[in-house]
Design a protein around this ligand. Structure first.
Ligand code: GMT
Length: 376
């Protein structure tokens, strides 16, 4: 199959899923054509059967806002025609889905071009419910030839909020378990904690929904019981306030802000525990990547997270904002090697058995077939 993929190419779960999906499809013999404004961060464009088509947005003094969606639609139509794409698979509803529909319409006199939209989370729970985007988000869901969502939670929420009637196929996030695997020796950890403190890790785009400052409070609480060092990987608007908080709580020497990371598969296995104190997560890709690496997640009981983490078995789930409870779980894990070992093994098993690429990618392939046949 020849699949056109559009996503946000910078850091963020939806772009990561789209990029890794394209790479996996290419590895399975399909052609993946990325149509984006920049090379997606985890994409190696030198890979066989991976193509990258940049969207250039020409500006003009008349435009207060450069019309990216129109440039994207034009490029999608052009690439679909030139490379004879079978379908467009867009990640994140706004504006990718609408641009894809315009491309579909542009080609309609000559050929079919089915559009599949994957809903990731904030496109529904935050952006989509904004009054200015609500009607067009609903329209994009209703008019897509196929819709997938990354959790049962997100599917149910979409139906409830938008009242849409078309089928939404749930295809969970996935992880490449060969690339993401445990490192029991954790030798590389010494560069961050020369005194041997165990590492906690937070990995996100530092948006308010991630409650990044909770990580700093958790570290401060944990350190009252057990020595620990916190790695903060990623960047975004909440980084400055988190750095400030670390200084005011007197723990700044025990936190390293790493900024955006290109090879998280090398970083994650160095940690013992992943902190994911989010206000909402439709799934929680970072927790899945951590579990594949044998790192135990301490997270919040929100959204689709319970579809991934079983409380007390392969991670802990606490209430949003309950920093004391989350810190107590972290301290228990750091202080009790047997507990950590059991949960780490269970997490790796869960990731490999239920969410590895071999299980999930065929679900996308089957869905593409279903949509292509339905479109005939
Ligand atoms: O929250 C992020 O990391 C960004 C966001 C996105 O759309 O880029 O992530 C969402 O998609 C991820 C991949 O499908 C999910 O694992 C995240 O749970 C989801 N984030 C939220 O729902 C807040």
């Amino acid at each position: 199959m020849k699949v056109g993929i559009t996503c946000y190419p910078t850091y963020g779960g939806s772009g990561i899923v789209a990029t890794e999906l394209g790479m996996e499809l290419a590895a399975r013999g399909h052609e993946a054509h990325f149509i984006t404004y920049a090379n997606p961060i985890r994409l190696d464009p030198g890979t066989p059967r991976i193509h990258y088509h940049e969207v250039e947005v020409t500006n003009y003094p008349l435009f207060q806002y450069p019309p990216y969606s129109l440039a994207l639609a034009s490029r999608m139509a052009d690439v679909a025609e030139s490379y004879d794409l079978d379908l467009l698979h867009v990640h994140y509803a706004i504006p990718h889905s609408i641009a894809a529909m315009l491309a579909r319409q542009m080609l309609a006199p000559r050929r079919r071009l089915p559009v599949i939209t994957t809903l990731h989370g904030t496109d529904i729970t935050l952006v989509g419910v904004e009054p200015s985007y609500f009607p067009i988000t609903r329209f994009s869901i209703e008019q897509s030839d196929g819709i997938t969502s990354i959790s049962n939670y997100l599917r149910d929420r979409t139906v409830q909020v938008f009242g849409v009637r078309n089928e939404i196929r749930v295809i969970h996030n996935f992880v490449n378990c060969e690339l993401y695997h445990p490192d029991n020796e954790k030798k590389g950890a010494a560069q961050y904690s020369p005194n041997g403190e165990k590492l906690l890790l937070h990995l996100s785009n530092f948006r308010p929904v991630k409650r990044v400052q909770d990580c700093i409070h958790i570290l401060a609480e944990v350190r009252k019981r057990v020595p620990a060092h916190l790695l903060m990987a990623g960047d975004g608007p909440e980084r400055g306030p988190a750095e400030h908080l670390a200084r005011s709580l007197g723990v700044h020497d025990h936190v390293t802000f790493l900024g955006k990371q290109n090879h998280v598969e090398r970083l994650i296995p160095l940690a013992h525990v992943l902190l994911m104190p989010s206000e909402l997560e439709s799934f929680g890709l970072a927790a899945l990547e951590a579990m594949a690496c044998g790192v135990v997640p301490v997270a919040t009981r929100v959204g689709g997270v319970p579809e991934l983490i079983t409380h007390g078995e392969d991670g802990f789930l606490e209430e949003v904002g309950d920093v004391a409870a989350q810190a107590a779980r972290v301290a228990d894990l750091l202080a009790d090697d047997d507990l950590h070992y059991r949960m780490s093994k269970a997490g790796r098993w869960n990731a490999a058995e239920r969410f590895c690429t071999e299980r999930i990618i065929p679900q996308y392939e089957r869905y593409y077939e279903d949509v292509l046949h339905a479109a005939l």
